[in-house]
Design a protein around this ligand. Structure first.
Ligand code: AMP
Ligand code: MG
Length: 492
């Protein structure tokens, strides 16, 4: 007999005020679109089960296998800087947790499975387009080596959802080390429920940061640990040109995974002020603002833990500030390491930071393609003869020539031979990122023609982003002027 996931649900062991239990509700015509076999394997979930009628029932929220305890988590959050005291899973259902093959606890959650007590005015549903988008981008991020929630499966519901137009409904099965957000802490802190904040903090320490459990000040250590994970994550986003698009505190995972792929996008031409989220009119979540927003979000997180840090208010603040400082030092180190590696630089020397910054400003001035410049530079390590493909990416190729001469002089100070440097650059500069125009084309074919050919091919290209495989060359290309996507939309 096929056996479903072996659930072990720790969140339900928290008090009832942390969530609302949900009843399952059948959808009209559940149809399996895809299953992530490799992820299922990693989770120790039988793929044959997922493909069986019982599996489809689970993935569509129609009926649950033994051990699942469906619930919606409650949280709050700062949305575009404004505090909303109650949000919560308005269109998601946590099925439960499994312990994966490496012993890590992972949430299984349906997104788009219907209304919950936290739906407010929403329909609880998701449209197929944003679900496909989240699947593609989350799995691409994984292949890029960036911490992220994962995508296990997609089903369509056979029901329409009403957005600007009528769209096919779908459900994504999302996998996360947890779905606990900065906003989950804010929900309880805002109510003055210090007992709940402490229980949640203990849960998060056990689950995400077990090493700090026995430190003399575990809650202050938690602030530092979460801040450092967040700083690392955001530095890695910048290194691949990723713009999250909606870094509200309810979308910030305390486990340090990229969470919520609504209006995200990758840079084509390098513009540090780029914003794709169509509702982000002030550019709060622009590419270049992400590091400072990350810090702001960590300050909001630290605030929730203040009462647990010390008896006196003055001491609480001093401790919180000290811990938050770890964000900035970790971010600087990770940013430096990532961009130095992108340029083939090993140990940091004086002037390296300038070399990075001067290239980025040339790219911005010259509207050069972010990924193509970095992936192309590997070809230029031996000398200017091979510079042509990169220099033509700049509106002002002469400016690039000047920079490249200084860069190659700097490379000659490296102890490693040039061919080793070249290989190291190829391992950190992706040939394939989920470019917006390819993602949109794949979604369009699937949604409008029920044709998943492009979606499948794009998934395959993005599964090995650092290998420039000729079959997929087209997916590495920058968009032509008419293909450029300027705005993405929240998946709601
Ligand atoms: P998001 O912008 O996707 O991070 O969502 C922000 C909040 O709105 C969360 O509490 C979501 O659960 C809720 N939400 C988003 N879309 C819907 C929907 N279609 N129905 C109900 N709630 C939703
Ligand atoms: Mg969200």
């Amino acid at each position: 007999m096929m056996i479903g996931p072996r659930f072990d649900n720790s969140y339900t062991r928290l008090p009832a005020r942390f969530y609302a239990r949900l009843e399952v509700k059948p959808v009209a015509a559940p149809t399996l679109i895809c299953i992530n076999d490799k992820l299922a394997e990693e989770l120790g979930i039988d793929v044959d089960f997922l493909r069986s009628p019982a599996g489809l029932n689970m993935l569509s929220g129609c009926a649950m296998p033994p051990g699942a305890e469906p619930l919606a988590q409650v949280y709050a959050g700062h949305q575009f800087g404004r505090f909303v005291p109650q949000l919560g899973d308005g269109r998601a259902m946590l099925l439960g947790e499994v312990v994966d093959r490496r012993g890590a606890r992972r949430d299984l959650q349906l997104k788009g499975s219907g209304r919950t007590p936290f739906s407010r005015g929403g329909d609880g549903r998701a449209a197929l387009g944003p679900v496909l988008r989240e699947y593609l981008v989350a799995e691409a991020m994984t292949a890029l080596g960036i911490p992220t929630t994962r995508a296990l499966a997609i089903v369509t519901t056979g029901e329409n959802v009403l957005r600007e137009s009528v769209l096919p409904g779908a459900i994504l099965t999302r996998v996360a080390t947890s779905h606990i957000r900065v906003g989950t802490f804010q929900y309880f802190a805002d109510r003055g429920d210090t007992e709940a904040v402490q229980l949640l903090a203990d849960h998060v320490i056990d689950r995400h940061y077990p090493d700090i459990r026995h430190e003399p000040g575990p809650y202050r250590a938690l602030i530092g640990a979460v801040a450092e994970c967040q700083a690392t994550l955001i530095a890695r986003w910048l290194a691949v040109g990723f713009i999250h698009g909606v870094m509200n505190t309810d979308n910030i995972s305390v486990g340090g995974e990229t969470l919520d792929y609504g209006p995200c996008a990758f840079l084509d031409t390098f513009d540090p002020t780029a914003v794709f989220n169509s509702i982000d009119r002030s550019g709060r979540y622009a590419y270049c603002n992400q590091p400072s927003i990350g810090l702001w979000n960590m300050a909001r997180f630290a605030e929730t833990l203040l009462p647990l840090l010390a008896a006196r208010e003055r001491d609480q603040e001093v401790i919180a500030r000290e811990e938050i400082c770890r964000y900035s030092s970790r971010f600087d180190a990770e940013f430096r390491a990532a961009f130095h590696a992108k340029l083939g630089l090993g140990e940091a020397l004086d002037g390296d930071a300038n070399l990075v910054q001067s290239l980025l400003s040339l790219m911005a001035d010259s509207q050069a393609d972010f990924s193509l410049v970095f992936s192309g530079l590997a070809g230029s390590v031996f000398g200017p003869d091979a510079d042509e493909p990169v220099r033509t990416l700049f509106n002002d190729p002469l400016a690039f020539d000047g920079w490249a001469a200084i860069w190659r002089r700097r490379l000659s100070a490296e102890a490693r031979p040039l061919n080793v440097i070249q290989e190291s650059m190829r391992q950190v500069n992706p040939a394939f990122i989920p470019r917006n125009h390819h993602v949109e084309a794949a979604i369009k074919a699937a949604v409008e023609q029920n044709d998943y050919g492009l979606f499948d091919t794009l998934c395959r290209a993005l599964s090995m982003p650092y290998e420039d495989r000729p079959t997929f060359t087209a997916y590495g290309n920058a968009p032509a002027a008419h293909e450029r996507i300027c705005a993405t939309f929240c998946g709601t």
